[in-house]
Design a protein around this ligand. Structure first.
Ligand code: ACO
Length: 428
């Protein structure tokens, strides 16, 4: 393919460079367009055709259903690696050696203490507060407790900030749950793995011990890996955009958590289970709900279906569907909602509305069913997604800063009133 694209505006031709990624993705570089054309810009609401950066972290091919972190297939990582290994890979670019992984985990454990005063902030929230709102606020509050900004030129400073948030975030997530559940706030146990420790922090009762079920720990580890990064999605773009003003890592992450909360993004996993429950309570008539989803006068959408990028299938959904079956069987759980989910999926895959629009189950269609089987309440589902996405956000923030990307500041096409004379209040 030619390395130059030619654009013609009003009979005048402009040559624009074409760049090609390592997986042969082609992009027209319009960085010089506005200057060369004396003010012409491009417009692309929702950024459906716009690359915001060059990135070496995650590759996905929506048509082929491919997802790779740093070149490694998601299927291999979900099967063979631990969440912490994947976190290291995403952030630092290579799979860790045994020693590197051990040091990484030790450093995270050292930093897992959260200032006791954070508990006072948490105390101020009502019990009914949504964990995502709590998490976003507490992550932001960490800035006040760790005021020195990260010197991105210093690998030590950068490393310190990374292990700090990886250590403290699971504690804050568990506390957000425990506050809601009326349980005392506690720390975990350094002898456990990252994921086992998180489970213990969540579920240990004050009057008893908690024994980690390996089936539960394995399933959670896998779920976190599947959620760990997904290139320039809404929350990740938010983290990069906020960080581009050179605000610190924790403040950028707090903004990303808010972006993830929405039902069209990470909030979909909670919305899916609520939808499946509603269908069950309503008699389980999946045909009626399929008809509602297709009716343009009805705002109902089949939650967990469709994806901005995957127009074939979501490779994560395949892994998760298999995992849901395994987990439910291993834990001996019969879940009617899983049958409804499978019924909806079958109908949708044979329905021309969904087939024509390339709407397939996404990662969230089955994740809620597993979370529920693991004993995690619905309102915590999106917080679990945030825990999984944390390494991805960190990796993307780090990459953005190391590449010295400029501040994110999109343009617009103004369509409001043109200049008009001011009218005094008595005359309006
Ligand atoms: N149910 C019914 N119809 C749908 C659905 C759905 N879940 N998703 C898309 N459509 C239809 C739209 O109505 C539209 O139809 P039209 O062409 O006749 O107008 C067409 O499919 C294209 O939909 P868009 O909204 O333009 O697709 P977009 O790429 O902008 O949105 C999104 C993707 C937000 C994920 C959408 O499919 C959706 O809302 N899905 C449900 C929410 C969900 O599951 N979100 C999780 C996403 S994955 C994640 O964040 C981890």
């Amino acid at each position: 393919m030619s390395k130059i694209a030619t654009l013609e505006i009003g009979g005048k031709k402009y040559e624009l460079p074409v760049i090609t990624g390592t997986e042969n993705e082609v992009a027209i570089d319009i960085a010089a367009l506005r200057g060369a054309t004396n003010g012409v810009i491009t417009i692309d609401p929702g950024f459906k055709n716009t690359g915001s950066c060059e990135s070496a972290i995650t590759f996905l091919d929506g048509e082929e259903g491919i997802l790779r972190y740093r070149g490694y297939a998601i299927e291999d990582l979900a099967e063979k690696a631990s969440f912490l290994e994947v976190a290291y890979l995403l952030i630092f670019g290579e799979l860790p050696t045994k020693e590197q992984l051990e040091k990484f985990h030790t450093d995270i454990k050292i930093e897992s203490q959260v200032d006791e005063d954070i508990k006072k902030i948490l105390d101020g929230f009502p019990k009914s507060a949504h964990p995502m709102g709590v998490l976003s606020s507490l992550t932001s509050a960490l800035v006040a407790f760790n005021p020195s900004s990260v010197n991105v030129e210093s690998p030590e400073d950068m490393y310190k900030a990374i292990v700090k948030i990886l250590g403290k975030f699971p504690v804050l997530t568990a506390w957000a749950y425990r506050k809601r559940a009326g349980l005392p706030l506690d720390y975990g146990d350094d002898s456990l793995t990252y994921v086992e420790n998180f489970l213990q922090m969540m579920f240990k009762k004050p009057n008893g011990s908690y024994k980690v079920n390996p089936v539960v720990a394995d399933a959670l580890d896998k779920l976190l890996i599947l959620h760990a990064d997904h290139e320039q999605n809404c929350s990740t773009s938010t983290v990069r955009m906020v960080g581009s003003s050179h605000v610190g890592l924790f403040a950028s992450l707090s903004a990303g958590i808010s972006a993830l909360w929405g039902p069209l993004h990470g909030g979909a996993n909670q919305a899916v289970i609520e939808m499946l429950e509603a269908i069950r309570e309503d008699g389980g008539d999946t045909h009626r709900y399929m008809a509602k989803a297709k009716d343009k006068d009805d705002p109902f959408r089949l939650m967990g279906f469709g994806h901005r990028v995957y127009k074939n299938f979501d490779p994560r959904a395949k892994i998760i569907k298999k995992s849901a079956d395994q987990v439910l069987e291993a834990l001996g759980i019969q879940d009617e909602v899983l049958d409804i989910a499978k019924g909806l999926e079958k109908e949708a895959l044979e329905d021309s509305y969904f087939v024509d629009r390339k709407l397939y189950p996404n990662v969230d269609f089955y994740s809620g069913i597993i979370y529920r089987a693991l004993g995690i309440p619905e309102e915590m589902f999106t917080a679990m997604f945030a825990l999984g996405r944390l390494p991805g956000w960190i990796a993307q923030w780090r990459e953005m800063r190391l590449r010295k990307e400029p501040i994110g500041r999109p343009r617009q096409v103004y369509v409001g009133e043109t200049h008009r004379p001011f009218v005094n209040i008595e005359k309006r």
